[in-house]
Design a protein around this ligand. Structure first.
Ligand code: SAM
Ligand code: SF4
Length: 334
């Protein structure tokens, strides 16, 4: 059996990258239907195929004992899963930073409990500050609820709050500066994301709406000088600072700035598939391991260690030939 010193060196892949960050999807369900993430009509997984909260907790524990330093709970919308606070409280006690990504719809009544449970960081997705547009991009989301959720999160006092916006040409690219100003006003960070070709989307042509991070940066630089920093948050964002604000501006650029060589993360889908790369299908079935070997934490850890050999060198996203990946983002755990 590996001791804890060996364990901390265990999660290294064939390319010498250490995996110390996991993103766990706690549900494929969501109360929004964002146009880049889901189809309008979605079929969600039956409960039997989904990890229980206890199983997700066991997976989190196994990874932390293997040296993982940061856990992000995501989805689907993590805050719509029933009893999710039980999981938050338990994972919040592990020796690892705990972050969540949320659409913000439940934060008005959950923000303080999340902070008390040990959540350190929050990413809140918001693509538009205009009510009609926000509705169009999320298909059902209500902007005022999310804005109130952002205020509740600020009030609760998380270590760091970051807004995430997927930028689509002709949909919200004229709101880039408004989103930066909003983040500055609220004293939070903001990241702009290039849309990734995950899942079959019929509603828009991904090549046509593609807006590169360089284009977004040029728009921001019309108003603010952006100074590159070497700051990272264990994720794929590249950060810039403005001289007159604490807020940072980040870019997540899967197309234009390939971040694979520094990739330190893996994902676990809500079906228990350990995905070694966002843009590939290499995976290992942890649900099977958990159910075939109940309460055998050493077996689970060994399966995870062995899986590192499957992590591919890089993803291959190509806007002209989509979809590369049939899974939707809500299945992947964005
Ligand atoms: N429901 C939560 C939310 O929206 O923040 C968490 C899950 S969501 C899948 C996580 C992040 O992935 C969100 O910031 C969302 O904007 C982003 N996302 C979803 N589909 C995407 C896509 N096709 N390309 C790029 N980002 C995407
Ligand atoms: Fe739901 Fe988040 Fe996907 Fe939007 S991006 S549909 S909020 S999971």
């Amino acid at each position: 059996m590996a001791n804890s010193k060996d364990d901390t060196q265990a999660l290294v892949d064939r390319f010498g990258r250490t995996v110390d960050y996991i993103r766990l999807s706690v549900t494929d369900r969501c109360d929004f239907r964002c146009v880049y993430c889901m189809a309008e009509e979605m079929t969600f997984l039956p409960h039997a195929q989904v990890l229980t909260l206890e199983e997700i907790d066991q997976i989190a524990q196994a990874f932390v004992s293997l040296g993982v330093k940061k856990i992000r709970l995501t989805g689907g919308e993590p805050l719509v899963r029933r009893d999710v606070m039980k999981l938050m409280r338990s994972v919040g006690q592990l020796d690892s930073e705990l972050a969540i990504t949320t659409n913000g719809s439940q934060l008005v009544h959950m923000a303080q409990d999340l902070k008390d449970a040990g959540v350190n960081r929050l990413n809140i997705s918001i693509d538009s500050l205009r009510e009609d547009r926000f509705k169009a991009m999320t298909r059902i989301g209500k902007l005022p609820k999310v804005l109130a959720g952002i205020d509740a999160a600020i009030e609760a006092g998380f270590d760091r709050i970051k807004l995430n916006a997927v930028v689509m040409k002709g949909r919200n690219d004229d709101e880039i500066l408004d989103l930066v100003d909003f983040a500055r006003d609220k004293g939070v960070d903001v990241s702009f994301i290039e849309e990734m070709p995950l899942g079959q989307i019929s509603e828009h042509d991904r090549g046509e709406v593609y807006c590169s991070s360089d284009e977004v940066r040029a728009i921001i630089e019309q108003k603010y000088e952006l100074q590159p920093t070497v700051e990272r948050t264990a994720g794929p964002s590249r950060y810039y600072r403005m001289s007159d604000s604490e807020s940072r501006v980040g870019f997540i650029s899967p197309h234009s700035h390939n971040f694979c060589s520094e990739c330190n993360r893996v994902r676990v889908t809500v079906e228990g598939r350990l995905l070694l790369c966002l843009g590939n299908e290499h995976s290992v079935d942890l649900l099977h391991t958990l159910r075939a070997h109940p309460n055998d934490q050493e077996k689970l850890k060994q399966v995870i260690i062995d899986a590192m050999d499957l992590k591919p060198e890089k993803h291959e996203f190509d806007l002209d030939d989509e979809p590369q990946i049939i899974r939707f983002m809500n299945m992947t755990g964005g």
